[in-house]
Write a protein that binds this ligand. Sequence first.
Ligand SMILES: Cc1cc2nc3c(=O)[nH]c(=O)nc-3n(C[C@H](O)[C@H](O)[C@H](O)COP(=O)(O)OP(=O)(O)OC[C@H]3O[C@@H](n4cnc5c(N)ncnc54)[C@H](O)[C@@H]3O)c2cc1C
Ligand SMILES: Cc1cc2nc3c(=O)[nH]c(=O)nc-3n(C[C@H](O)[C@H](O)[C@H](O)COP(=O)(O)O)c2cc1C
Length: 763
Amino acid sequence: MKIACLGGGPAGLYSAISIKLRDRAHDVTVIERNRADDTFGWGVVFSNETFDNIAANDPASAQAIREHFAYWDDIAVHYRGQRIVSTGHGFSGIARKTLLLLLQERASELGANLRFQSEIASAGELAKDYDLVIAADGLNSRTRNEFAQAFKPAIELRKNKFVWLGTRQKFDDAFTFIFEETEHGWVWAHAYQFDADTATFIVECSEATWRRFGFETMSQEESCRTCERIFAKYLGGHRLMSNAAHLRGSAWLNFPRVLCETWSHENIVLMGDAAATAHFSVGSGTKLAMESAISMAENLASEPTLQAAFAKYEAARRTEVLRLQSAARNSLEWFEDVERYLHLDPVQFNYSLLTRSQRISHENLRLRDRDWLEGAEAWFQRLAGAADNTIRRPMFAPFRLRDMRLKNRIVVSPMAQYKAVDGCPTDWHLVHYGERAKGGAALVCTEMTCVSPEGRITPGCTGMYAPEHEHAWKRIVDFVHAETDAKICCQLGHSGAKGSTQLGWEEMDAPLQSGNWPVMAPSPVAWSERNQRARAMTRADMDRVRDEFVAAAEMAARAGFDMLEIHCAHGYLLSSFITPLTNWRTDDYGGALQNRMRYPLEIFEAVRAVWPAEKPISVRISANDWVGADGIEPQDAVGISRVLHEAGVDICDVSAGQTSIKARPVYGRMFQTPFSDRIRNETGMATMAVGNIYEPDHVNSILMAGRADLVCLARPHLANPYWTLHAAAKLGDRGEAWPPPYFAGRDQLYRLAGSGEPAPSAV
Ligand SMILES: Cc1cc2nc3c(=O)[nH]c(=O)nc-3n(C[C@H](O)[C@H](O)[C@H](O)COP(=O)(O)OP(=O)(O)OC[C@H]3O[C@@H](n4cnc5c(N)ncnc54)[C@H](O)[C@@H]3O)c2cc1C
Ligand SMILES: Cc1cc2nc3c(=O)[nH]c(=O)nc-3n(C[C@H](O)[C@H](O)[C@H](O)COP(=O)(O)O)c2cc1C
């Protein structure tokens, strides 16, 4: 077969090598516009574990590459006058130029033709002379543009500015990140050694900072001199060098995230950066390109037709590319939002940086560098007020809100049980909440407990509007206090337009088969076409509901609850005031966010006035309506929580969605945590994160990175009331107290968990 590899970067050269390795009979030509030793960029990094596939494919070139690797294990972070080093990360670096020369040599040795200084104007024209064109023409692929209709590329220019520089200053002991505060804003560098006397030095900043510096109009020379001034104290008098002669102006770029919907067209197939890019901060673009080249060569060898080979190549590589792009997105977004984290303590900042792509978990960090992680855990515990020298996972750190002291950071999230009778909790609730309080979570939150009969979601919802409710709740609270060291929070709410619906396990959110009651909301809205239209609330209605909240709070106080949560999420009454999707009022309670917040704030202030001063109040919000700009978006949630914080709300319980049937949520592990992170780090307000958090590792990384103060788990607690005690046993932590009658079970669990001798009883 006559094959052209368009582009002599890693993808083109490694395709030629991998194809020739499998069948020398193929006539393979690599066509490159530059000279053989002419290259932009400086070094590239590979993480150690990523080199195995490449070594298995071609031990000869892998060996040659390895011989030129600079290795290092440490990551050093310069931040606020400190240099924090952690180890065990395992990277290797090589000059891009050396890598390309080695690949060129190997490709020639295997019989590929290398044609340099040949510019290809059209892959379509080239494809007429070849059976197969592998379009490996890089980030700005002309082939991708030529056949854009077929490849359907999605190209997203990311926000930050960066420039790829080199330096003779040594960074040979660690992959180094440097964060510098300047008169124009923060600027940071990613630096790593790649051969005996040169290091890559990528400088990055926000576009605003870049403009304030005037980089836009600088030559490459001026830009290097300016960066030298910024990083003078780390450069030891060495210069910064640019080799981006192919770029105009100061050579600063915005990283383009590229993903093509289709990777082949007729006899042309996209490879490497031309098909998909991975942000440089996860250092995997070169590896991705080389592994794709292997996959294409394998399928070319095994499949009967080109089309079959293309289909299998794409199927095999797309998942891997998406996985890496997702990690790369987390990582690049962290750098885009880094100014949000620049108030963090250096320990926490470092942790946040190391775990930014979410590929490195808390326990994985322990495997890499136990000492560093334990130092960070000790810092966290100290800050939380634990006894001196405590080294425990962050989930087992105490927390205090007003006078309420929590033994750890786990919260049983509110979950409706639909088992009440006329609003009154039953024995089901006593057993249900009692079990969860015995299970080790520090705080158990009740289901949405409604302030009036009409304010219930379903006929099975609990209420707090009659003396018998107060008594039934008091029995539950008394049990929790007498028999456990958990605290209990009452979530108060009103269903609004989402009221008068069926039990959760019947048809959720659908109207009752019979016996519906009228519902009200800020505006005459209906949850869906099947639900009744709500009556728009009058001021008299608003006064009455406010008084009902106050009366319910007074009952909750008498019942002895430790905390209140006001439910302003999920499309229920107060949430429907906040989101513009359901609040169309033209009076003081509609329009701008400030107005839409007015009624929920009135409720909070009225409740706060009667709720004991030493006890905290939380507000649960929907931080994203998941409908785009028409609804609440995460940046609006920052505004909402700022208002709540200023009003004296102690903690924001950051949920999302359930405010519109048009919502298109993007689910995933910890999918709502970014909203909590943003609120906590942009407003300084304490937060609880919730949503698809189910592993102790999730909880620990969220807390340690400062993305939330408390972590709510809902469904995991339905499946296992003892989630926290089991997590502690599994992790070998003996510090959580078990109820004395269960000691024998505890000891067996400890033994089974293989974690040595049980701790002395300490309940
Ligand atoms: C700042 C920065 C830092 C990076 N750091 C790393 C890192 O540490 N680790 C890592 O793995 N990756 C890194 N990358 C990514 C890495 O450089 C790319 O992912 C990798 O080079 C992709 O290989 P490729 O062969 O697809 O494209 P390229 O390396 O871009 O090669 C494409 C080749 O095609 C040639 N070409 C293009 N058009 C034509 C034409 N019309 N005619 C003839 N020739 C043509 C070009 O001259 C070029 O040589 C970094 C990228 C950037 C921007
Ligand atoms: C059965 C069930 C009932 C729920 N009831 C409530 C509720 O009464 N109030 C509330 O704010 N959230 C309620 N939620 C939402 C949870 O508190 C939580 O936000 C959501 O389930 C996501 O967390 P998870 O992934 O840990 O389950 C409920 C969830 C479930 C599964």
